[in-house]
Design a protein around this ligand. Structure first.
Ligand code: GAR
Length: 204
């Protein structure tokens, strides 16, 4: 993957991580990685507007129009193949994946999650951690499998909950860490500097 790594980002919402990856790519901070496709399941999501403004091709689909997840995933997989995608980065894509997409991209599909996994998987991880009252939370980048945020952990960064801060402040600080950490990890993948051995990952 060291020469011109072609990346597809999957997102469902605001797209701040998509934007961070895009800017890193344009500024040469993705180690030759290039964002060539956005895949989105929510036609009204703001990330679609971000992609339009940036001139990035967008693959939009409506899951309700398909009988099974495997059906829309097969169409997405075909587009990824046509575009010769090397690496998939999930960035707020709020759907579980089946082997139709996971298998061909085993070891080449990343997700970012706003907690220190395996704590607080699933939706609203920041709110879950906040309500639990943890003193330390953070961000995880992991490989994707069929489970809910269960794949092999690639990178983590801790965020300490400051005394007296509210959940909005914590959320903003976690997002800042995400937008810095994800491009760094994607760069390492794009440069082929990641060795995966079961649940153990070595970077560098
Ligand atoms: C991010 O905080 C990301 O970690 C989270 O969704 C948010 C998307 O924000 N993903 C998950 O919770 C995955 N389980 P964004 O659309 O602004 O990038």
């Amino acid at each position: 993957m060291s020469q011109g790594c072609r990346i597809a980002v999957f997102a469902s919402g605001n797209g701040s991580n998509f934007q961070a990856l895009l800017e890193a790519s344009r500024e040469g901070r993705l180690g030759g990685g290039e964002i060539v496709l956005l895949v989105c399941d929510k036609p009204n999501a703001f990330v679609v507007e971000r992609a339009r403004q940036a001139g990035v091709e967008t693959y939009l689909f409506r899951p309700k129009e398909y009988a099974r997840r495997e059906d829309y995933e097969a169409e997405i997989a075909a587009r990824l193949t046509e575009l010769e995608i090397d690496l998939v980065a999930l960035a707020g894509y709020m759907r579980l994946l089946t082997p139709v997409l996971v298998s061909p991209y085993a070891g080449r599909m990343l997700n970012i999650h706003p907690s220190l996994l395996p704590a607080f998987p699933g939706t609203d991880a920041i709110g879950q951690a906040w309500n639990y009252g943890v003193k330390i939370t953070g961000v995880t980048v992991h490989l994707v499998d069929e489970g809910m945020d269960t794949g092999t952990i690639v990178a983590q960064e801790a965020v300490t909950v400051e005394p007296g801060e509210d959940v909005d402040s914590l959320t903003a600080r976690i997002h800042q860490v995400e937008q810095r950490l994800y491009p760094q990890v994607v760069k390492q993948f794009a440069e082929g500097r990641v060795r995966v051995n079961g649940r153990k990952v070595e970077l560098g």
